[in-house]
Structure formats: structure tokens, C-alpha cells
Unconditional design. Structure first.
Length: 232
């Protein structure tokens, strides 16, 4: 299963490829979304939310609309399904929903894909596909200047987690102490990797069952070799 960094980097890579192929990518608001096609297949016809959904699918993320990639969805389903986060915490591959002055606050009016982490780039570049001449690479400030409604909403596309396999020589208590964190934090992140990863990333069903069995037996005991767990 893909690590979240790999998914994020994949979304950026696919978006940059799309920007380089604007002549073969067209704009149209139509459903179902044209997402069930081969990766980097041309030509493509889609809108802003279809573009964001396609980038997520190609990179190996769960459907950001929460609909199992059935081709339905729009900015409103992105807003209702994905966690809302502070702009300073947004990373490459996350989404930003923008609003017109008289737009629908529940559904939003436009969505873009972040190409950079906000932490290192206060005005990050984004990939935007809102017109026939898109997708294009613009600064977020340029995008927001065209949407003067409520402040932008930042959405988390994947739950950040890093996969580890136990060596067989250490307990989870020791790992937590060595990493300067709490055992409960590792347990929570491992379980949430399963919940948010939805089989695309994070721990799988069998791995979670083994992890929970170990936790119930006591985290002061050595973890079986190969036991999978996740940290930030």
C-alpha cells in the first residue's frame, strides 16, 4: 500500500504533467466524471472537481468525494467528505475550495490542488482547472483574488502516516519512549490509518487485527517481528 508521501508526490507529479498538456485537456461540467480512464490518457474533458478527483485517483488516494470513484461528486461533496484544516497545515496534494461573493457557501465555487506545502511556501503554487485554457499553474494568491467571497477552505486529502514493521526486539512502550511520543498516539494513528486509508494506504484489515491483539495483550511486551504500526 502506498505511503502518504508517495500519494502526495504522485498528485503533484500528475498535476504538473496535466499542466504541460493543456492543449489536450478541455473544460466541461459533465457527469459522470471522466476518471475511469488509463493514467495520463489523453484527451481529457473535465471540470475543477473532476480534475482534483482524477489527480487523487491516479496517485492512489481514496475518492476525495467519499463515493468510491463512481464518477459522481463536485466541490460540495469534497467539502462535506474531507477534513477541514488550517491553511498553515495544508500540504502538497491537499485541496483548496474558493468562493464567489454570491456563491453557495455549502458547495463552494472552485477547487484547486496544492503543488507545495504551505509551511515552506506561504503563497504556494496550485494546479487549477477552471477554464478551457487550463489546467494552469498559479500562485494561490492569484487564484483567491478572483474569488472574493468567504475565505478559502483547506481540505486534507490523505491522513499523514508512516509505516513501520516491528523488529521483534522492542515493545511498543519502548518505541514510543524512543520516539518521544505516547503509546496512545501510535495506537490512534495506526487505527486512523485504517479508517482514513480505506484500503488505499495505511494498515489493512489483517494487520489491524494483529495490532489490536498485541495491544490488548499489553504494550510493554515485545511486538512480534513484522507487526505493522504507524506513526506521524
Amino acid at each position: 500500500m502506498l505511503a502518504t508521501d508517495e500519494i502526495r508526490n504522485g498528485m503533484v507529479s500528475h498535476a504538473k504533467w496535466a499542466i504541460e498538456n493543456t492543449s489536450s485537456i478541455h473544460y466541461e461540467e459533465s457527469r459522470p466524471m471522466t476518471i475511469n480512464i488509463a493514467i495520463r490518457h489523453l484527451p481529457i474533458t473535465t471540470d475543477c472537481s473532476g480534475f482534483a478527483t482524477m489527480m487523487a485517483k491516479w496517485a492512489g488516494a481514496p475518492d476525495p468525494n467519499g463515493r468510491g470513484y463512481d464518477g459522481s461528486g463536485f466541490t460540495g461533496s469534497l467539502l462535506s467528505h474531507l477534513p477541514h484544516i488550517g491553511g498553515q497545515d495544508a500540504k502538497r496534494g491537499d485541496l483548496v475550495v474558493l468562493y464567489n461573493v454570491n456563491g453557495d457557501l455549502a458547495d463552494g465555487d472552485h477547487v484547486v490542488v496544492l503543488l507545495q506545502d504551505v509551511a515552506g511556501h506561504p503563497d504556494p503554487f496550485v494546479a487549477s482547472h477552471g477554464r478551457e485554457d487550463g489546467p494552469s499553474r498559479n500562485l494561490l494568491s492569484l487564484e483567491t483574488s478572483s474569488f472574493t467571497g468567504k475565505p478559502a477552505t483547506f481540505l486534507r486529502t490523505v491522513y499523514d502516516c508512516h509505516r513501520h514493521e516491528a523488529s521483534g526486539n522492542s515493545s511498543l512502550d519502548w518505541v514510543a519512549n524512543h520516539r518521544g511520543t505516547l503509546v496512545t498516539t501510535i495506537i490512534q494513528r495506526t487505527r486512523r490509518s485504517h479508517k482514513h486509508g480505506q484500503g488505499f494506504y495505511g494498515i489493512n484489515d489483517a494487520g489491524l487485527a494483529k495490532f489490536n491483539e498485541y495491544v490488548q495483550g499489553g504494550t510493554d511486551k515485545k511486538m512480534p517481528k513484522g507487526l505493522v504500526f504507524y506513526t506521524l
